[in-house]
Every structure is written in C-alpha cells, then in structure tokens.
Design a protein around this ligand. Structure first.
Ligand SMILES: Cc1cc2nc3c(=O)[nH]c(=O)nc-3n(C[C@H](O)[C@H](O)[C@H](O)COP(=O)(O)OP(=O)(O)OC[C@H]3O[C@@H](n4cnc5c(N)ncnc54)[C@H](O)[C@@H]3O)c2cc1C
Length: 298
C-alpha cells in the first residue's frame, strides 16, 4: 500500500527544521527514521501533506557519557545505541536496543522517533522511564527540559507543541552496586512486544534495596509505573515475599489492551513473569554477575 501524496523537505539544521514545521503548520510532520511514520501513512492512520526530514541534521546522533550522565542525541538509531560504549557499560541499555524489531528497523529507527510516536509498545520509552530520563525539547519558543514521564498525553499523542522537537535524552549513569534489566516477550523479531518490563535497582549493606525504578511497556495506553510497588521494596532487604508483592502491585496498575498479541489475562500473566525475571537479573547484575539480557520469543 502506498501513502497519499506528500511534499518532502530536507532540513539541514535544527533551526531550519523548526522553521519549516512552523511555516507548514498542522499538515507537516517531522520524519526521522520513518519506521513508524511511513507505516502510519501507508495505513492512512496519518495523512500529512508535508514531511520535514531530520535525518541529515548534523550533531543530533551523538551518544556519550558526560560526568555522571548519559547523553543520547534524538537521531541516534537503535543500532548505534546498541553498539555504543554506553550499552557496553550499562547492560539494561543493551537489553533494550538489541531486542527492537529486526536489523533493518534497528538501522533506521531512532530513539527520538520512538519517543515522538508515543506508542506504548515501543521499547525505549519503557527503558527511559526505568532510568528516569530527561528530554531536551527545542521549538520556536525556545528550549525546555521535560521528564520522560511527562511526554505522553495519551496513546500516540505527546505534549510537544507544534514544531517542537526532542533533541537529546539524558539520564544518570547508574551508581555502583546497582543493576538493571529490560526484558520483553515477542511473537517474532519484527513484531512489537506483547509486553515488556524494566527494573533498575541499587543495593546497600548486602541486600537492602536502597533505590528502585520499575516500568511496564505494552501494558496500557501509556508506559506504566507504580510508586506504590517501588515503595514496597525501597529501604528494605529484598525478600521473595516483597518481590512478589511489588510485582503484583505494578501488574495490578497495568491496563493491558486485548489484541492480536493476546487477551488481557494473558498479558497480565506475561507481565508478571517478566517483572520477576527482570528483578532477578537486576539483582544478579548488582552482585557483579555478567548476564546476557535477551527478549523471550513465543
Ligand atoms: C516491522 C516493525 C517492527 C517494529 N518493532 C518494534 C519493536 O519491537 N520495538 C520498538 O520499540 N519499536 C519497534 N518498531 C518501531 C521502530 O522502533 C521505530 O523506529 C520507532 O518507533 C520510530 O522511530 P523513527 O525514527 O523511525 O521515527 P519516525 O517514524 O520517523 O517518526 C515517528 C513519529 O515521531 C515523530 N518524531 C520523530 N522524531 C522526532 C523528534 N526528534 N522529536 C519529536 N518527534 C519526533 C514523527 O513526527 C512521527 O510522528 C517497529 C517498526 C516496524 C516497522
């Protein structure tokens, strides 16, 4: 199926992209890797008259560690992030990027597009909630920083203003004695996850959980988090009973939508298993074990 006719504009700088998007108005969309937008256009889910291509804008795909922060440009592709020194140093980042779709999608799709699509099935938003990331957004009214948890208003809808773009994603490098894990359950590589879970935790005095963040993807219309679940584990030694209770609490906060990937009950059962698996791997990584993260396939 072909998309409806559209005009193509290539921006050579961020300012040019923002000016074009402002001038062209509501009928224009930013185009990054096209791995979501072009599919939407072919399905007539979206029919923009103008596409403003961001992919040639220099300086927006750098991936670095600066001081105590990781900094990822919005145009960094899934493959570039997965192969980066950041993914080598922080295993949860590798877990996430390496399981996204197939090699073709990973080589074109970008982290900024994944966030901009506001698709609750995308993997990076769930990972970035787990790591409590901050986004830099630039538009015609200037630059602002927002928490990733404030980005999505509703499914496929962000709070970004017209002509406002995400340019950079930042999160703190996890401290010593911490470990994380991101895992998803998928029908096959080029399919979105049926469900996914991310856990990042820090241990002190042996097995006391001094900090934890948990997030669920494909588990509702937005990424699911639960302060209540995290509070069950934060500040106490990790026990099986505590982990069971926290898992039940965050899964209860999920609102999985039944679809071709499974019923609500099936998705809840999968989420339950994924959270427990992610906690287990996160704890073992805290203790220094090297564990290769992987997504689960049917
Ligand atoms: C077959 C297939 C399987 C897939 N499987 C998975 C999967 O398992 N996991 C997963 O996470 N994803 C999956 N995807 C989606 C893929 O990861 C996309 O690359 C990603 O969701 C969108 O990134 P993009 O760069 O292609 O964005 P585009 O498609 O170019 O844009 C998507 C949306 O974001 C907006 N946008 C783009 N860049 C910015 C920006 N910098 N600031 C603000 N808004 C912006 C666009 O205007 C558009 O509305 C799959 C895609 C396909 C085709």
């Amino acid at each position: 199926m072909y998309p409806a006719p559209f005009h193509y504009h290539r921006a050579d700088s961020l300012q040019e992209a923002i000016s074009l998007l402002s001038e062209l108005g509501e009928s224009a969309r930013a185009l990054a890797g096209g791995q979501t937008l072009l599919v939407w256009m072919k399905l007539r889910f979206d029919e923009p008259q103008h596409l403003v291509d961001l992919s040639r804008i220099p300086g927006l795909s750098d991936i670095s560690m600066e001081g105590d922060e990781v900094c990822i440009g919005a145009l960094a592709t899934h493959a570039e992030i997965t192969k980066s020194a950041v993914a080598d140093a922080i295993p949860i980042v590798h877990d996430c990027g390496s399981g996204i779709a197939d090699a073709q999608v990973r080589s074109r799709g970008t982290i900024g597009g994944s966030l901009g699509s506001a698709d609750p099935s995308c993997d990076w938003p769930t990972l970035l909630h787990t790591l409590d990331a901050t986004l830099t957004c630039v538009g015609s009214e200037g630059t602002r920083k927002i928490s990733v948890s404030d980005l999505v208003e509703d499914i496929y809808t962000t709070i970004l203003k017209p002509a406002e773009l995400i340019t950079e994603i930042r999160f703190k490098i996890p401290p010593a004695n911490s470990g994380g894990s991101y895992t998803a359950f998928k029908r096959c590589a080029p399919a979105y996850p049926t469900a996914s879970a991310g856990v990042q935790l820090t241990l002190a005095d042996g097995d006391v959980c001094s900090d934890i963040r948990m997030a669920l993807g494909s588990a509702g219309l937005k990424t699911i988090t639960s302060k209540k679940a995290e509070d069950i584990l934060r500040g106490s030694p990790l026990t099986k009973a505590g982990i069971d209770k926290a898992t039940e609490t965050i899964v209860a906060a999920a609102e999985p939508v039944p679809d071709q990937r499974g019923s609500e009950d099936f998705k809840r059962a999968v989420l339950h298993t994924l959270v427990k698996r992610a906690v287990d791997i996160a704890v073992r990584r805290c203790h220094g074990e090297t564990i290769r993260g992987r997504h689960e396939y049917v």
